[in-house]
Design a protein around this ligand. Structure first.
Ligand code: PLP
Ligand SMILES: N[C@@H](CCOP(=O)(O)O)C(=O)O
Length: 452
């Protein structure tokens, strides 16, 4: 399988190359040259365990990784999860399921792809004898999961940019209390969008990126997206046969990576009826799906900080398919968005996508309502997904983080603070972070001194 750039100015590359580079040199995002039709395989995949399904699915895309290596990497990656089902699907009401994605080492859905990606990087370094420097931007969870995916890998260093004061205190501790010399947590002034912009500027300097063997760990990396598709597929296959034809996934959304991973499955022949994009008050995607206009705005801090995003990176991948896989049209639209901050998007399939946006007050009352009704505690991101659930569908809400990561918001809603031993141990460890301006030159100088 070859991978092409959404902007069409990069020669097709293999899976391993696409993963190693992350962002295409022309500034676009990699996508499989063709999407396989997986519908004939679905009956045979029904009873597979999570790791078996993962190996089958990723095997269709990672065609230059030997199958036995892929299996080992997958087993290593999900061996660190604490729930035997890895991604348990919990029925909490008639027609309502929660897909728990927080049983990995950092208690967020990011672990699914970043444990795998960390092991893939480790294997790649062993194969090539080279080191790798991983660069990421985070609004809290990607950074923690990327760092933990790479812990103990001597040939990899991580440089993670996050907005100072805009991630939860425990998310910050997950990134800054590892004690590892090859982990560099960089707190910048500004928002996650500023961090993501700086990161893209750094990758745009090809000489610098090549010289320091930089790789992108955000969901701009295609391995992230594909590894996340697996839990949608696993959940869909777990449902009773009678329910499978009427499913809507409800996805707390920021950078559009997670919901895009789910949507890809539909493009590959899995008959999913709908995707609901659930945002917090940073509602660019909600406005897009209700008005067809993509218009970026200012980022506002919220109770669901990991979704405080107004420039949704993976939207470009979605655009590529909506524009008939025509890179010239993608380039034009991206140029227009860059120049004017907006684009009128008349091609949206609004029968497949729906959306909602929850204010902070609504997040608090949703946490309370879910607890009172189901005795189930959801984190503030997952809470957004409980707004306006469609009663006509079988809804699968993606629970993207463990509530213990956001104790203050939960206490305010239901008067109790969930805890997790994984997080408790971090509270007494020293914090090591670097404060830098949100400027590519300053970050590059920092990386140049510490890259391995
Ligand atoms: C807990 C949580 N929920 C939801 C999201 C949004 O996911 P995405 O950016 O893939 O849309 C994030 C951040 O990515 C997150 O950390
Ligand atoms: N919400 C994310 C932001 C980065 O998203 P990614 O999926 O593109 O890596 C975070 O928690 O950091």
């Amino acid at each position: 399988m070859k991978y092409v750039s959404t902007r069409g100015q990069t020669d097709p590359v293999s899976f391993r190359e696409a993963v190693a580079i992350g962002l295409a040199p022309d500034g676009g995002l990699f996508l499989p040259e063709t999407l396989p039709d997986i519908s004939p395989r679905l009956p045979g995949w029904r009873n597979l365990s999570y790791t078996e399904l993962c190996a089958e699915f990723l095997g269709l895309f990672a065609t230059d990784v030997p199958p036995e290596v892929l299996q080992q990497l997958i087993h290593r990656s999900y061996g660190a999860f604490t729930h035997p089902e890895i991604a348990p699907l919990r029925k909490i009401d008639d027609r309502l399921y929660v897909l728990e994605l927080f049983h990995g080492p950092t208690l967020a859905f990011k672990d699914f792809a970043l444990q795998f990606l960390g092991n893939l990087y480790g294997w790649e370094c062993e194969q090539t004898g080279r080191t790798i420097n991983v660069l990421g931007a985070t609004s809290g969870d990607t950074g923690a999961a990327a760092i933990h995916g790479l812990l103990g890998k001597p040939k990899a260093a991580s440089f993670i940019l996050y907005p100072e004061g805009r991630v939860s205190p425990l998310q910050e501790r997950q990134m800054t209390c590892t004690g590892a010399a090859n982990v560099h947590a960089i707190a910048i002034d500004g928002s996650f969008d500023d961090a993501q912009r700086v990161l893209k500027d750094i990758f745009a300097n090809k000489t610098f990126a090549t010289q320091h063997r930089l790789s992108a760990v955000n969901s701009i990396n295609i391995a992230r997206v594909l590894a996340q598709s697996v839990y949608y597929l696993h959940a869909w296959l777990r449902l009773p046969e009678a329910e499978r034809g009427n499913v809507e996934f409800v996805v707390p959304t920021g950078n559009f990576g997670n919901v895009f991973a789910g949507w890809l499955l539909q493009q590959m022949g899995v008959p999913v009826m709908g995707y609901k994009v659930a945002t917090n008050r940073n509602d660019i995607l909600h406005r897009l799906f209700t008005t067809a206009e993509y218009r970026s705005g200012e980022v506002h801090p919220s109770l669901a900080p990991s979704m405080d995003i107004q420039v949704a990176s993976n939207f470009e991948r979605f655009l590529y398919y909506a524009l008939d896989e025509n890179p010239t049209r993608v380039n034009n639209v991206m140029a227009q968005i860059k120049a004017t901050g907006a684009y009128r998007f008349d091609l949206l399939n609004r029968s497949l996508f729906s959306s909602s946006s929850a204010s902070d007050d609504e997040i608090t009352s949703l946490i309370r309502r879910v607890y009172e009704r189901y005795r189930y505690i959801v984190d503030p991101h997952t809470a957004c997904a409980f707004k306006d659930i469609n009663p006509q569908r079988i809804s699968i809400v993606l629970a993207t983080a463990h509530p213990a990561k956001f104790p203050a918001a939960i206490r305010d809603a239901i008067g109790q603070e969930p805890t997790s031993p994984v997080l408790e141990v971090l509270k007494t460890r020293p914090v090591v972070k670097h404060r830098l301006p949100a400027e590519a030159e300053a970050i590059k100088a920092f990386i140049a001194q510490r890259a391995i």
